[in-house]
Design a protein around this ligand. Structure first.
Ligand code: KG4
Ligand code: ZN
Length: 338
């Protein structure tokens, strides 16, 4: 089976080709960061228009990379949701048009399932069951994954997603968009000479839910109260913020592991690229008998390889779109995808 995959849920246009015997044979992506940087976040209309311009050239690049012909493709997987409606429609309509033209099936894939499957693109692949910490720009949740396709949300953010908090704090520090990598880079310059104490939200409450808006407000107040502070203060603040997020997520994961009694954790989504978070989780769980799995860095943020992986697993189980209607879901509950 040779699966062509398209991802266009937000601000990255991506195309991949996956061969179920050889693995990933093409993986290309066009990132729109520069287009959105001046706004400090993604502007949906700009994102959709750029996808439209990029998608066909990117398909050509993918076929050149894969050294295969269009006639070799046996199915097309694309991100059906959740995401921005205009962005999703570009990927979905391209997939449906190719499905009609080439006479092959298409399959709409859930973006969050694709993020989880990103961890299966590397060896060793995670073993079921596991607790998944999914931390991206739009979502932050703890998921009990008993097997492929069986997801139970056991905790989620009550307000901002973790990536969103990174982006907003970066905006306050004038670091541009996306905020996560910018905060990580600034934090690496921290000398930790300022005594900055940040809250670890929701740890005094029982349960697995998360909340990051209070932490964000705390950072905003610190910036306002230290308006004259220089780069050294900002670097210390960036490091303190990363540490607060990492500590909080680590403690919640400890609770999730205790609750489920699982022995594996899979950490995915854009924020899973963060080294401070990875270090904290590695340190915490190396003491326990719990294995940690992450995607390769290039597969943490949005990409089409993860869509190909989720798509080929579902196609092999017999899932496919029932007709050629272009349908996307801007909101889509991951527990209701089967
Ligand atoms: O998964 P993703 O590419 O898109 C969504 O599905 O939302 O995640 C993007 C988010 C952004 O908020 C970005 O700031 C964050 O992931 N991010 C990071 C890092 N790289 C990306 N956050 C912290 N550290 C990073 N290295
Ligand atoms: Zn994503």
């Amino acid at each position: 089976m040779l699966v062509l995959a398209i991802e266009s849920s937000c601000d990255d246009t991506a195309v991949a080709i996956y061969d179920d015997s050889r693995g990933l044979i093409a993986n290309c992506r066009h990132q729109q960061h520069m287009l959105h940087a001046e706004y400090g976040g993604v502007v949906p209309e700009i994102a959709a228009r750029d996808h439209l311009q990029r998608i066909i050239p990117l398909l050509d690049t993918a076929f050149t990379q894969a050294k295969c012909n269009k006639t070799d493709i046996t199915a097309i997987a694309y991100t059906k949701g959740p995401g921005l409606v205009g962005s999703l429609l570009v990927g979905a309509s391209t997939a449906k048009a190719l499905s009609l033209a080439w006479g092959i099936p298409s399959l709409g894939v859930h973006h969050l399932e694709a993020h989880i499957m990103a961890a299966f693109l590397s060896e060793p692949a995670p073993e079921y069951p596991f607790v998944c910490l999914l931390v991206s720009g739009g979502h932050s949740m703890l998921i009990d994954v008993s097997k492929f396709g069986e997801y139970k949300i056991i905790g989620q953010t009550l307000d901002d997603a973790v990536g969103e908090a990174f982006d907003k704090v970066a905006k306050m520090l004038n670091l541009g968009y996306p905020g996560g990598p910018a905060i990580e880079a600034l934090a690496q310059q921290a000398k930790r000479t300022h005594n900055i104490t940040l809250p670890r939200p929701m740890l005094s409450k029982p349960g697995l839910d998360l909340s990051f808006s209070g932490l964000k407000t705390h950072v905003r107040n610190l910036i306002a109260n230290n308006a004259d502070a220089g780069i050294e203060f900002k670097a210390d603040l960036a490091a303190a913020f990363e540490q607060a997020v990492a500590d909080t997520l680590s403690r919640k994961l400890e609770r999730a592991i205790k609750q489920t009694d699982y022995k594996s954790i899979v950490c995915v989504g854009g924020v899973s690229a963060n080294k401070c978070l990875r270090n904290k989780l590695d340190l915490t769980f190396s003491k326990n008998d719990v294995r940690l799995f992450y995607p390769k860095l290039e597969f943490c943020t949005d990409n089409a390889a993860m869509v190909a992986m989720a798509g080929q697993l579902r196609l092999a189980l017999g899932f496919k779109d029932k007709d050629l209607a272009v349908e996307v879901c801007t909101r889509w509950d991951i527990t209701k995808i089967n």
